[in-house]
Design a protein around this ligand. Structure first.
Ligand SMILES: [Zn+2]
Length: 414
């Protein structure tokens, strides 16, 4: 058959996504499928059952990453790989991550039913804990696989209830003895919703990011002095929450102070003892800094860190700072980015060259092999929320672009 005429089955992709959205589905239409939770396990089990239907060679490694391999004509050639994550944010959306796993699944189903044999093998992957909201940092298991993060450090990370990553991985039955270690890959494509407003604003269907911003995560711990709020005069208090409040605004002001080209956010805070009539004495909050310019991100951090120390000193609230995680900005392979744009063109979809402000497993994959991403619009630019939405037509369009980009890469013999 004429391979260029090949298309995915949009209806099948839709029903697959709808089946997945039932697992951890929330009343407001989102999903809550935190990594290594019972819902994550259910989604994994369903995914593995679908891989089995396609007769793929399934491997689960010691980080719980799930790989499904479809042989090619020449199995000595490194495979073309595509995937993303099935875990979600707390009260997250039904497209983030899962579209990038169900998309290549639909590609493989299309290849199987049309008896298409590719030159190279194709591997589909679900990476464990991309979100990083239950266990920080994010993109953990692609990070270990790529050799950028240490497995045992990750195993010992704990969630807010003190549960260890490794124990939870064992509990859901997804820890094996297979080493989590990179193997040769020809190229990697990740299909994802945009999670921002650019495609919708420009009226385009397909986005091809030239790369991903750097991502820097910090954890701040403040100690104050607890006391009864009534009898304790305002002067001389050591209120850890007030110190945090000043610091949070410093983070918010940081991008403007640095001349733009970056974003900075405090998204998580714990206040202790969290009682209306006790002066707060223990506060933890997070800082997230992103930019295309790694140095700017570091200089910004140094500035705000100095502010934090000055505020802590003035308020008499000792501060402990953990520099939790840094991923450098990730410029994608220009040839693959162009291929995504060309495939969109061939299929009659409008497209846009852009950047990704969101982090993805593609960041770590880009350290191992040529990498590119396929984006489709997020309605209203909303993501990591229950109202996150992408039209079924756009889901289908992105899967068709993925299909043809993967087919072209899988036909390359050198
Ligand atoms: Zn995602």
């Amino acid at each position: 058959m004429d391979v260029n005429a090949l298309r995915v089955n949009g209806k099948r992709l839709q029903s697959t996504l709808e089946d997945m959205a039932k697992i951890g589905g929330t009343p407001a239409g989102g999903v809550q499928r935190l990594t290594l939770s019972d819902e994550d396990k259910q989604a994994r089990d369903l995914f593995v059952s679908w891989l089995k239907e396609l007769n793929l060679e399934i491997t689960i490694d010691e980080m719980g990453n799930i790989f499904g391999r479809r042989p090619g004509k020449n199995n000595d050639l490194p495979p073309v790989m595509s995937g993303s994550h099935v875990d979600s944010q707390p009260k997250g959306g039904r497209f983030d991550g899962i579209l990038g796993v169900m998309g290549p699944l639909e590609v493989l189903r299309t290849l199987n039913e049309n008896n298409i044999e590719t030159e190279r093998p194709i591997v589909i992957v679900d990476w464990t804990n991309e979100e990083g909201s239950r266990f920080a940092p994010a993109m953990m298991s692609s990070g270990v696989w790529a050799g950028a993060l240490d497995r045992d450090w990750i195993y010992n990370r704990t969630d807010i209830n003190g549960k260890r990553f490794e124990d939870e991985l064992i509990r859901i039955g997804y820890k094996t003895e297979v080493p989590c270690k990179k193997f040769p890959v020809h190229c990697y494509y990740e299909y994802h919703i945009e999670q921002g407003p650019m495609l919708e604003r420009e009226g385009k269907t397909i986005g091809a990011p030239k790369g991903i911003l750097c991502l820097h995560w910090y954890d701040i711990y403040l100690t104050g002095e607890a006391n009864q709020v009534g009898p304790t005069p305002m002067a001389g208090r050591h209120d850890a929450l007030c110190a945090a409040a000043e610091m949070i605004l410093k983070v918010n002001e940081l991008p403007e102070r640095m001349g733009g080209n970056m974003v900075a956010t405090v998204g998580e805070i714990q206040n202790g003892p969290n009682s209306r009539n006790i002066i707060p004495d223990k506060v933890h909050f997070t800082v997230d800094i992103r930019s295309w310019d790694d140095d700017l991100g570091i200089r910004a951090w140094e500035k705000v860190r100095a502010d934090f120390e000055a505020i802590a000193e003035r308020r008499g609230c000792p501060i402990r700072i953990e520099e939790t995680w840094r991923v450098e900005h990730s410029p994608f392979d220009e040839k693959l980015v162009q291929r995504v744009l060309d495939c969109a063109d061939m299929l009659g979809y409008s497209s846009l060259r852009m950047v990704s402000g969101a982090g993805h497993d593609a960041s770590y994959m880009n350290q191992v092999c040529p990498t590119a991403m396929v984006f489709v619009p997020s309605i209203g630019g909303r993501s990591h929320v229950e109202v996150e939405k992408t039209t079924w037509e756009d889901c289908e369009a992105g899967a068709n672009v993925l299909l043809h980009a993967m087919l072209q890469s899988a036909s390359e013999t050198d």
